[in-house]
Design a protein around this ligand. Structure first.
Ligand code: HEM
Length: 484
C-alpha cells in the first residue's frame, strides 16, 4: 500500500503519512541517502536515530527489556555482551549444530516427495530455523521439527505469533480486552518456560566454574547473558528471559521467509538455477551436490567452512532475494525538539522533528534511481564482484546499517547458504496456488523477457511483525532429474 502511494506521488525521497493521533506523523524514507543519515551515528544521535515505540505492541513476544527496543547506553551494554556470540569465527563453530538440525528437515521434504502432497515451505523451514536458534540461544533441543510432538516452548511461541495475525490486536487493548489478555498470558507462559532453562544454565555454569576454578566462557545467548553474574536475582532473570525471547523470535521467522523467497525465485529463473547448479557441482561434485549427506560430510571435514565462503553465486541469489523480499525494516523517531534535519539527494533540507522515521526496505530496494528499469526483476548477477555498476552499499539494507544493524546477519547468511546448497540440486520445487507458473497451450512454462518464467498471479509478503509470504509458500516437490 505504501509503495503504491509512493509511486502515485512521483516517488519522492521522503513521503509524509499523517496517522496522528493513532501514531505520530510518519516520514516514510524512500531514498537510501536519507536512510543513511538516520541509521548512522550523528551529533544529535550518537547511536543513530532512536527506536520508535512501534514495537511496544510486541512486548509480550520480545519482552520489555529487549535489545531491539532499548536505547542509548543501556542498549550499548546489551549489544556488547552479545557481540561475542556472533563473531565470525565463533559462528563457524556452530556448523555441526546447524547441519545436524538439517537432517530432519531433509527427511521431512523427502516425505513430501514420496507423498506428492502440497505443503507449506514456510512452515517446515520456520520449524528448522527455530531449532537452530534454540540451539544457538540455549543449547537445548526445541523439537520444533517433530510436528507430532513439538516442544512446549515452540508450541507456545507459535500460539503467540498467531495473535499478530489478528487485526483486532493492532489496536489498543480496550478494543479487544480478552484477545489482549490471552496474548499477555502466552507471553507470561513463555517467560515461565524460559525461566526453567535459565535456572538450568546458571546452575550448570556455576558447577563448571567450581570444577574448573575459573569463569566459564560459553557463547550461547543464555551464557553470555549470565556471564560474570554471581546471583540469579529476579532482575537478572527477567533481563535474560527477555533477551532470549527476542533472539528466539528475531532469529527464526525472518530467516525462513528469506529461504521461502529464494527457492521461489530460483525455481522460476532458469539461468539463476543453472548458476547455482554449476556452483554446487564445482564445490561438491555432480553426485555430491545432489546428496545432503555428502554436502554435510564435506562441510564438516577440515577446511569445510571455507566452502561456505566460496558459495559466491548463491550469495548473489540471496542478496537479490533480500533486496526484493526484505522481511524487516526499522522505525525510528526524531523526538520533538531534537532538531533533526535530513538532506535529500536533490539538495532539500527537511526537519523531521516529531516524526516516526520508517526506513522502508520495500521502497528503497526498488528505487529506479538506483536499480534502473530492472528494479523489480530478479537479477542476481547485479551483485557479482565483477559487476562494474554495482549499486551503492547503502541502497541494500535488509539487515539495516549502522550501530543498530542486525546482530544475527552472519548467522542468517550461513544458514541460508547451506539451505540453498542442500535444496537446489536435490529437488525440483513447483509453486502451487498464488504465483503458479503460466503455461502455454502445450503445457510448457513461458520464459519472459526478464529471464524469469511467467506466473499467473503474484505472491506477496504480509507484514505483521516481520514479512512472511501470504500463503506460507505452498509448494509441491519432486526429486530433480539427474539429467542436466
Ligand atoms: C534474513 C534474516 C534476518 C533479517 C532480514 C534481519 C533483519 C533485521 C533488521 C532490519 C534489524 C533492525 C531492526 C530495527 O531497527 O528495528 C534487525 C535487528 C536485530 N536482529 Fe535481525 N534479521 C535477520 C536474522 C536475525 C537472526 C538470525 C538473529 C539472531 C540470531 C537476529 C537478531 C536480531 C537482533 C537481536 C536485532 C536487534 C539488534 C540491535 O538492536 O542491536 N536477526 N534484524
Amino acid at each position: 500500500m505504501l509503495a503504491g502511494m509512493h509511486r502515485e506521488l512521483g516517488q519522492p525521497p521522503i513521503m509524509l503519512v499523517d496517522n496522528w493521533p493513532i501514531v505520530p506523523p510518519m516520514a516514510v524514507i524512500a531514498s537510501h541517502q536519507v536512510a543513511e543519515q538516520i541509521s548512522k551515528p550523528s551529533n544529535a544521535f550518537p547511536y543513530s536515530a532512536p527506536k520508535s515505540w512501534s514495537l511496544d505492541h510486541a512486548k509480550d513476544l520480545i519482552g520489555h527489556k529487549s535489545i531491539l527496543i532499548k536505547q542509548d547506553a543501556e542498549w550499548k551494554a546489551i549489544r556488547r555482551r552479545f557481540n561475542a556470540g556472533f563473531a565470525p569465527q565463533h559462528l563457524m563453530t556452530l556448523l555441526p549444530v546447524i547441519l545436524e538440525k538439517m537432517d530432519l528437515y531433509i527427511e521431512n521434504i523427502d516425505a513430501f516427495v514420496r507423498s506428492g502432497e502440497t505443503f507449506s515451505l514456510d512452515e517446515i523451514t520456520t520449524n528448522l530455523t527455530f531449532d537452530v536458534i534454540g540451539a544457538v540461544s540455549v543449547n537445548e533441543s526445541m523439537d520444533a521439527q517433530y510436528v507430532e510432538r513439538q516442544g512446549d516452548l515452540v508450541c507456545t511461541f507459535k500460539q503467540l505469533m498467531k495473535t499478530f495475525v489478528d487485526d483486532k490486536l493492532q489496536f489498543p487493548w480496550w478494543v479487544a480486552p480478552l484477545a489482549h489478555l490471552r496474548r499477555r498470558r502466552l507471553g507470561q507462559l513463555i517467560s515461565r518456560q524460559l525461566r526453567d532453562i535459565v535456572h538450568r544454565s546458571f546452575t550448570d555454569m556455576k558447577s563448571r566454574e567450581r570444577d574448573n576454578k575459573e569463569p566459564v566462557r560459553l557463547r550461547t545467548i543464555v551464557a553470555l547473558s549470565l556471564q560474570d553474574i554471581d546471583s540469579l536475582t529476579p532482575e537478572v532473570m527477567e533481563e535474560t528471559c527477555d533477551q532470549l525471547k527476542t533472539f528466539l523470535f528475531a532469529g527464526h521467522d525472518t530467516t525462513s521467509a528469506v529461504l521461502d523467497w529464494a527457492i521461489y525465485e530460483l525455481f522460476r529463473t532458469p539461468h539463476a538455477l543453472k548458476g547455482v547448479h554449476d556452483e554446487l557441482d564445482a564445490l561438491f561434485g555432480r553426485d555430491g551436490a545432489r546428496d545432503p549427506a555428502i554436502i554435510k560430510a564435506m562441510l564438516l571435514a577440515p577446511g569445510g567452512n571455507e566452502i561456505v565462503h566460496r558459495m559466491q553465486y548463491i550469495s548473489t541469489v540471496l542478496k537479490e532475494t533480500l533486496r526484493l523480499h526484505s522481511p524487516a525494516g526499522s522505525i525510528r523517531v526524531a523526538r520533538p525538539g531534537s532538531g533533526f534535519v535530513v538532506s535529500t539527494p536533490e539538495g532539500g533540507d527537511y526537519s523531521l522533528d516529531g516524526c516516526w522515521l520508517y526506513l522502508n526496505h520495500n521502497i528503497i530496494h526498488r528505487d529506479p534511481a538506483v536499480y534502473g528499469n530492472t528494479a523489480n526483476d530478479f537479477i542476481p548477477e547485479r551483485w557479482l564482484a565483477s559487476a562494474t555498476d554495482a549499486p551503492p552499499a547503502s541502497a541494500w539494507r535488509p539487515f539495516e546499517r549502522g550501530p543498530r544493524n542486525c546482530i544475527g546477519q552472519e548467522l542468517a547468511n550461513i544458514e541460508l547458504r547451506i539451505l540453498v546448497a542442500m535444496l537446489a540440486r536435490r529437488y525440483d520445487f513447483t509453486k502451487i496456488g498464488l504465483g503458479e507458473l503460466d503455461l502455454d497451450k502445450q503445457g510448457r512454462p513461458i520464459l519472459g523477457k526478464n529471464g524469469q518464467l511467467k506466473v499467473n498471479s503474484e505472491v506477496y509478503n504480509t507484514f505483521r511483525i516481520a514479512g512472511k509470504p501470504v500463503d506460507g509458500m505452498l509448494m509441491k516437490v519432486k526429486l530433480a532429474s539427474t539429467a542436466g
